[in-house]
Design a protein around this ligand. Structure first.
Ligand code: G3P
Ligand code: CA
Length: 293
């Protein structure tokens, strides 16, 4: 058989043998994608279930949130609970159960008293019987249900940092990739820094008024102790994002629920969005990929 024919047969065989590998490589090839926008379930999936309840956190995980936001406060007896407001009136039936304890501050009630409250019916009767969870119960539930979604903990009051760090440490989740911290109180983030391992991000939240006064000075201050800034939606501009990134700070925006706002912010290059609807960003192309600056 002429040499050239043998060579051709050899080439064909080589091609056929390598075809599956080539096809697998093509299938696995992904265009050089940009990091997707981090989706933070604001108070859990609080657009679908009562905020800061185990149902809300469970749903956030089911909706593929990248982080579950937990606002943390302390009860009278120093127990850490997941709650946004300083008082219980908006999200529980405290006025009915303890009519004479106005203004129903969380810090005026023991955990035992709090556990008698219904934290679900105000949102929808379907959630009647949901309770105010402790931070310990939140971490235990996520573990027990094998939900591997990191927490984004907000210290709502200074002075609880050591207790929060100790509790998360106890559960083995005080590490990079398992938790991120945020606060409106700079002193709270500064108190956290020595208590947490390197690489666990600290995000300084700012209000709208603050965001509108002196951007560069504010960013300079924040860059000293934090890894990012939490900006309110109305205050976010391209300039803000560029300036923060220029100082190596992540930009997380709260609270972004409308699809047009989500698309606009993702296209702007923000790093993360707090949303009550963690199921929405995934449906927006811009939030799955970011244009290169
Ligand atoms: O942490 C972002 C956002 O949650 C801050 O506002 O009032 O919802 O805790 P707030
Ligand atoms: Ca919060």
């Amino acid at each position: 058989m002429r040499r050239i024919t043998v060579f051709r047969i050899y080439l064909c065989a080589l091609f056929l043998l390598s075809l599956p590998i080539v096809l697998a490589a093509v299938a696995a090839w992904q265009p050089p994608s940009q990091p997707k926008t981090t989706v933070i379930a604001h108070r859990g999936a609080s657009g679908h279930a009562p905020e800061h309840t185990l149902s809300s956190y469970r749903l956030a995980a089911r909706m593929n949130a990248d982080y579950i936001e937990v606002d943390v406060r302390a009860t009278k007896d120093g127990k850490l609970v997941a709650l946004h407001d300083a008082t219980l009136a908006r999200t529980t039936n405290v006025e009915t159960v303890y009519p004479h304890r106005s203004p129903w501050r969380v810090s005026d009630f023991s955990l035992r008293e709090l556990k008698k409250l219904d934290a679900g019916s105000w949102f929808d009767p379907r959630f009647a019987g949901e309770c105010v969870p402790t931070l310990d119960e939140v971490v235990r539930m996520l573990k027990a249900e094998r939900v591997n979604v990191p927490l984004y903990v907000e210290t709502k009051q200074p002075g609880i940092e050591r207790a929060v760090a100790r509790l998360l440490q106890k559960h083995g989740v005080l590490q990079r990739g398992s938790v991120m911290f945020q606060s409106f109180h700079p002193e709270s983030l500064q108190a956290l820094r020595p208590l947490i391992p390197r690489g666990v991000p600290l995000i300084q939240l700012v209000g709208e008024k603050e965001a509108r006064s002196g951007r560069d000075e504010l960013l300079q201050q924040i860059a000293v102790y934090a890894d990012g800034i939490g900006l309110p939606l109305p205050a976010v501009t391209e300039e803000w994002v560029r300036a923060a990134h220029g100082r190596g700070l992540m930009v997380h925006v709260y609270t972004v629920n409308e699809p047009h706002d989500l698309a606009r912010l993702c296209a702007m290059g923000v790093d993360g969005v707090f949303t009550d609807y963690p199921d929405r960003p995934g449906r927006i192309a811009a939030c799955r990929r970011l244009p290169r600056h």
